[in-house]
Design a protein around this ligand. Sequence first.
Ligand SMILES: [Zn+2]
Length: 107
Amino acid sequence: MIHRRPAKRRRGRRFTARDECEPVQLGYAGMMLIFGLRTVIHRLGVLTLVCRNCGNQAAQVLSRRVTKFSLFFIPLFPVRTKYGMQCTFCGASYDISKDEASRLAAH
Ligand SMILES: [Zn+2]
């Protein structure tokens, strides 16, 4: 009669070469994706208005900030558009709504 030792119970999975390769299956080995967000500010115009911050009647710069998703430094599609005003007297800037911006730009 051959005496066999009971099989050892393995703790967890054994780390094999196949396991090592698993995360790479998401893409080609060595491939790198460079992506991010890029914001471009467009100046829509300059208006003389009473500043919300300092209360002076001064030139206010109306601008649109467009944030685009970029892949390999190429802007692809816009993800966010914001409108803002900046006072040239005190330097304060604040966000305004799209409706307000289009109404002011029409002046
Ligand atoms: Zn101001």
